[in-house]
Design a protein around this ligand. Structure first.
Ligand SMILES: Cc1cc2nc3c(=O)[nH]c(=O)nc-3n(C[C@H](O)[C@H](O)[C@H](O)COP(=O)(O)OP(=O)(O)OC[C@H]3O[C@@H](n4cnc5c(N)ncnc54)[C@H](O)[C@@H]3O)c2cc1C
Length: 504
C-alpha cells in the first residue's frame, strides 16, 4: 500500500496568517498543504461585491500603512495598490441633530484628553479596574470641556480615577453614570471606543489600556484596491505557484501527535500527515473545540489561556442606494450618531429602540475620499447593539436602519429605499465566533495581560505543532498586521526546526 505523502508542514486555515505562512514556507522549497474549512480563502478578510462597489465587511484598513505594517509590502509586491483616504469632515449627530463644528471639536478634544490621561495610569490600577471606571469618573478629562450642569451625586456608581484606581467600585460590571446634558453627550461619544475595542468599556482592563499603542502599527490607514479578500487570495496563489497544495471545504476535526509526524483528520474522514502543523484556527473557534481535538490535549496552562482571553464583537451593516440622499454626501467622510434614548436596550427591545440607544459610526462611501465612490453607507456596530440586532433577520435590520437614518438625517423629501444590504454575523460564524481578540479584559478569575497573546503562540509537541493567527501576536493582536507577523514568525520557526532535523 502506498504511504501517504508526508508534508513538511500542514497549515490549518487560509486567512492572512495561514496564507503568509504557506507562501513563506513554499518559497523556501518546503512541501506545504493548507486545509481550509470554508469554500473560500481569506477568513476574516471578506469583501462584499455589489453593483459598482467592492466593500470590505471584515478587515478593511492596512493600519499603520506608513508606519511599517508588513501588509503594505505584501500588497506592493503583488501589484495591489493601496489608497490613503483624502481628509474629509466627520459629522456628529446629537439627539437634536448635527452638532456645530466647535461642539464636535470640543467632544473630540475631551475624549482625546481622557484617553491620553489613561496611558500611564499611576498608581497602577487594580486588575479588576475597567476603562469605564476611569473614563466616566466625575473628574475625568472627558467631562472637563462640558458646560452643562451635571450632578455627580446622581451618578449610579462612585467610579475610581487613575489616581485612585484601587477602590472596589472600579470592578467590572458597574453601570455607566446617569449623566445629563453635555456630560451625557461626552459619555455617549466615548462609547464609540467600543467599536475598535470590540467590547464594552466596562469589560476592558484599565491597567493594560493603550499598552499596545506604543508599539503597534498605527497612524496612517490605507485600503487595498479591490478589497482585502482578493489580496489574501493573491498571497495564496503565490504559495500555490511555489508548489503549496490548498484544499477548501476541508474542516479539520482532529490533530494527533506521533513520533516523527502529526496526523490531521478532516470532517470527511480524510487524514493527512505533516512533519509539522501550524494551526491558525481563530481563538473564538479554539474556545469551542472538544478536548479530543488535540491528542494529546493541550497543556493546562495553554487551555486556561484560551478560556481566559476574549474575542470581541464588531459587525458591519451596509446599505446601498440608487443615489446618495444624505446631507453633504460629497463632503462628509463619516457620521457618528449619539443615542437619542438613555434606555438600556435588551432582548425585548425593538430594532428602533436598539438603534436609538446606541452610539453608531457610519462611513459614507459616496464621499470621494477613496477612488470609486458609491452611494453606500457602511455602519460599524459594537457589542451591545450587535448582539441584539443579530437576533433579527438581516432584512428587518436593514429596513429598520434605513428608517433610523431617515429619522436622523431628516431629508426634505422622501429618500429612495436601499437597493442592496448586507449585515455580517462574525459572532455566530462557526469559523470565527467573533471579530478579533480584544485587549486584556477585567477578570475576577485572575488577572489577564498581553502576555496571554504570547502564550497563545507558543508551540507544543516538541515544536511540531505551532500556532499563528492574530490572537498569537502580543504587539499587534486583533489586526491584519498581527496575523501577518504571526504567519511569518511561525514559517521561520518551522523552517529552522526542519533544518535542525535535517542536520540530525
Ligand atoms: C468586522 C471586522 C473588521 C476588521 N477590521 C480590521 C481592519 O480594518 N484592519 C485590521 O488590521 N484588522 C481588522 N480586522 C481584524 C482582521 O480581520 C483579523 O485580525 C485577521 O483577518 C485575522 O487573520 P487570521 O489569519 O488570524 O484569522 P482568519 O482570517 O480568521 O483565518 C483563520 C482561518 O481558519 C479557518 N478555520 C477555522 N476553523 C477551521 C477548521 N476547523 N479547519 C480548517 N480551517 C478552519 C477559517 O475559516 C479561516 O479562514 C477586522 C475584523 C473584523 C471581523
Amino acid at each position: 500500500m502506498p504511504q501517504p505523502k508526508l508534508f513538511d508542514s500542514i497549515i490549518l486555515g487560509a486567512g492572512w496568517s495561514g496564507a503568509v505562512a504557506a507562501r513563506d514556507l513554499a518559497s523556501k522549497g518546503y512541501s506545504v498543504l493548507v486545509l481550509e474549512a470554508r469554500d473560500r480563502v481569506g477568513g476574516r478578510a471578506k469583501t462584499w461585491v455589489g453593483p459598482g462597489a467592492k466593500i470590505d465587511v471584515g478587515c478593511s484598513w492596512i493600519h499603520g500603512y506608513r508606519e511599517g505594517n508588513p501588509a503594505r509590502g505584501i500588497a506592493k509586491e503583488l501589484g495591489v495598490a493601496a489608497h490613503l483616504p483624502k481628509p474629509a469632515e466627520g459629522v456628529i449627530y446629537g439627539p437634536d441633530g448635527p452638532l456645530s463644528t466647535s461642539a464636535a471639536a470640543a467632544l473630540r478634544a475631551s475624549l482625546a484628553a481622557a484617553q491620553a490621561s489613561l496611558k500611564t495610569p499611576h498608581p497602577v490600577p487594580a486588575p479588576n479596574a475597567s476603562l469605564a471606571s476611569a473614563l466616566f469618573n466625575p473628574s475625568s478629562p472627558l467631562f472637563q470641556g462640558s458646560t452643562a450642569p451635571s450632578d455627580p451625586a446622581s451618578t449610579t456608581v462612585t467610579a475610581t480615577s487613575p489616581a485612585d484606581p484601587s477602590s472596589a467600585s472600579a470592578a467590572a460590571g458597574e453601570q455607566a453614570p446617569a449623566l445629563t446634558g453635555d456630560k451625557r453627550l461626552a459619555a455617549d461619544f466615548a462609547r464609540m471606543l467600543e467599536v475598535p475595542l470590540g467590547l464594552k468599556l466596562e469589560k476592558a482592563s484599565l491597567r493594560w489600556s493603550g499598552w499596545e499603542s506604543t508599539t503597534n502599527f498605527a497612524g496612517s490607514d490605507a485600503a487595498p484596491e479591490g478589497g482585502y479578500e482578493a489580496l489574501v487570495a493573491k498571497v495564496i496563489d503565490g504559495a500555490k505557484s511555489k508548489g503549496a497544495e490548498v484544499k477548501l471545504n476541508a474542516k479539520v476535526s482532529g490533530i494527533k501527535d506521533g513520533d516523527n509526524k502529526v496526523t490531521v483528520t478532516t470532517e470527511d474522514g480524510s487524514t493527512y500527515e505533516g512533519r509539522t502543523v501550524i494551526c491558525t484556527i481563530p481563538l473564538g473557534v479554539l474556545k469551542t473545540l472538544p478536548p479530543s481535538f488535540f491528542q494529546p490535549s493541550l497543556p493546562p496552562f495553554l487551555q486556561s489561556t484560551i478560556e481566559g482571553t476574549h474575542v470581541g464583537i464588531l459587525e458591519k451593516l451596509l446599505l446601498q442606494y440608487p443615489t446618495a440622499w444624505w446631507p453633504d454626501a460629497d463632503k462628509v467622510g463619516s457620521y457618528t450618531f449619539l443615542p437619542t434614548s438613555s434606555a438600556v436596550p435588551n432582548e425585548n427591545s425593538s430594532l428602533e429602540e436598539v438603534f436609538a440607544a446606541s452610539t453608531l459610526l457610519c462611513a459614507n462611501f459616496s464621499c470621494p475620499t477613496l477612488p470609486g465612490p458609491t452611494p453606500t453607507l457602511l455602519s460599524y456596530i459594537s457589542e451591545t447593539p450587535a448582539r441584539l440586532l443579530l437576533r433579527h433577520p438581516a432584512k428587518d435590520v436593514a429596513e429598520a436602519y434605513h428608517a433610523f437614518l431617515v429619522s436622523r438625517f431628516k431629508p426634505s423629501s422622501a429618500p429612495p429605499k436601499p437597493t442592496e444590504y448586507a449585515l455580517t454575523n462574525w459572532l455566530t460564524d462557526e469559523y470565527a465566533y467573533g471579530a478579533t481578540t480584544t485587549p486584556s479584559i477585567v477578570s475576577d478569575k485572575g488577572e489577564r495581560s498581553p502576555m496571554d497573546f504570547k502564550e497563545l503562540g507558543r508551540p507544543v509537541w516538541a515544536g511540531k505543532l505551532g500556532f499563528a493567527g492574530e490572537h498569537t501576536d502580543m504587539e499587534h493582536r486583533g489586526s491584519v498586521a498581527g496575523a501577518v507577523v504571526s504567519g511569518q514568525r511561525e514559517a521561520e520557526r518551522v523552517a529552522r526546526l526542519l533544518v535542525l532535523w535535517e542536520d540530525k
